[in-house]
Design a protein around this ligand. Sequence first.
Ligand code: BTN
Length: 326
Amino acid sequence: MKAEILKVLEESHDFVSGQQLCEQLKVSRTAVWKVMKRLKEEGYDIESVTNKGYRLVNRPDVITSEAISSRLSTKYMGRNVTYYETIGSTNLTAKELADKGCENGTLVVADSQTNGRGRRGRDWLSPKGNCIYMTEVLRPKIAPANASMVTLVAALAICHGLKELTGLDLKIKWPNDIVASKKKVCGILTEMSAEVDYIYYIVVGIGINVNNTEFSEELKDKATSLYLETGKKQDRAGIIAKVLSYFEQYYDRFLKTCDLSLLKELYVKELINYQQKVIVLSDADSYEGTALGITNQGHLLVEKEDKEVVEVYAGEVSVRGLYSYV
Ligand code: BTN
């Protein structure tokens, strides 16, 4: 009931009377009063005025399930949400929930991770209270070979969601890092449980640097946060809701064709590597070229110096600018 009351307050920009809340949610006055008391204890600034009712003046920067649910506008993404103050890794927990049969769109969110995981076995530092660590469970009826495109769909959604909320000039570093001022603000780790021809589930793990004020010596040239870029503290629950709303919209579009044909144009507009010199690094070989865009399968098209155009697959290689991380 806390989430429902919060949602009514979030959606109304004026006072909401106690009577209206009781009638709309079919609860007693005492129950409403108790929820208001609890919300105030949790840091919500709620004004209560006799004969007018309640008004949400300010909210704490929390990402509890109520805080997220009260902001959501999606049909299925995040509708079933589990919040942890501290967890090993949201990807790991999401996989456990998925193995037990949780529904499509289930979201696992944490305020900190003790074993945050990045791509290629790297760690993902996950300090408490100022970032977003979340994992979406999806059960697409697509061939396993098409699953890696979901990561690019997520990157586009995050890029557009964060741009809308912050006004920053964010870009995508192929395949799926979101960058601001050529530094990383968000990474995505997508994992899958499948048979050769059938996907049980995909988990899309998203880490966003939101209100971090500093980074370690090792990371400070490569990573940044939305706060450091805008100079303003950002509201994490609002970001989660906005990102999921774009993600659901773009993912539904992806499912129509099982490729990126309906999203490619939007994606390439955000691609920081577009028409740029890149270096393609793989275990076997490395070469320089110019990035020309992506294919409908999400492969990066690179024109080598001898004009041969090659398709670069995510996972197989790493693509860098010649002189920096992007
Ligand atoms: C990368 O290396 O760029 C991917 C980083 C992904 C980090 C997120 S944080 C939420 C989810 N849980 C994890 O353990 N990892 C992902």
